[in-house]
Design a protein around this ligand. Structure first.
Ligand code: GLN
Length: 242
């Protein structure tokens, strides 16, 4: 049997890449290649078409408010339908911070309301209060029991999930979605949004492996020799105090 190939689409890679979030893609690539799985990466940026059936994992990183203005309009116009097709077929959508904020109904930025793609029921509002910044750790269960995701958050927006939505995790340390309700991120089917940078996956390779499993519908054996990755995870947890 030939090994499957993880087909990744990076949305707006040049615009949505605060905190070197493209490191998440590097980790997905490495963990596929180390296992002998294929890996393909295609970008889709402003004005580009998007085929919701052509990729197993759609990725969007964090971004500045000013870049989110153009990205939000483009996503709503040219990518919304494809992202809904992707969700329906069980593809993974992983969105970090600025990307996460655009998965829902809207991101209210002062007078301006940026559209979301309506994949999940959430709204984000740019509050007048301080930015929510710092190391963060959450407990999340993506099947197989609760595990810790650790990273770094820096956002002015506060995200509120609709009543039927499940958060990605419970905040152990840090602010999370809005600094108030103790929840972080969103997890709906295989759509995952989170405020955690780091980048996220180098510090949490268990999560990278789980996303590959969900995207390909396979079960992966653990990789031998993950000492550096385990140390990165431990250090991120320590930084958050969890
Ligand atoms: N611009 C958004 C905010 O400040 C997202 C920032 C980010 O991606 N870190 O809320």
């Amino acid at each position: 049997m030939t090994s499957p190939t993880l087909r990744v689409c990076a949305l707006y890679p040049e615009l949505m890449n605060i905190y070197a979030d493209r490191g998440n893609i590097a980790v997905l690539r490495a963990r596929c290649e180390w296992r002998g799985l294929g890996f393909e990466l295609a970008p889709s940026s402003l004005g580009d078409p998007l085929d919701g059936a052509a990729h197993d994992l759609f990725y969007i990183g964090g971004g500045q408010d000013r870049d989110q203005v153009a990205v939000a309009a483009d996503m709503a116009q040219t990518k919304r339908g494809a992202l809904h097709v992707a969700r329906e077929r069980g593809a993974v959508v992983l969105a970090v911070c600025g990307g996460y904020q655009l998965l829902g109904h809207s991101y209210q930025l002062g007078e301006k309301e940026l559209p979301g793609v309506g994949l999940v029921d959430l709204r984000t509002v740019r509050a007048d209060g301080p930015r929510l910044i710092g190391n963060c750790a959450i407990e999340a269960d993506l099947g197989g029991g609760p595990r810790i995701v650790a990273g770094f958050e820096n956002h002015g927006g506060r995200t509120h999930l609709g009543p039927g939505e499940r958060p990605l995790g419970r905040v152990l340390a840090g602010h999370g979605n809005n600094g108030e309700d103790g929840f972080e991120g969103v997890h709906a089917d295989n759509v995952i949004g989170t405020y955690l940078h780091g980048p996220l996956l180098p510090k949490n390779v268990w999560l990278a492996d789980r996303l590959i499993e969900l995207a390909l519908g396979v079960e992966l054996e653990p990789l031998a020799g993950d000492e550096v990755e385990a140390a990165a995870h431990a250090s991120a947890r320590r930084a958050a105090g969890a």
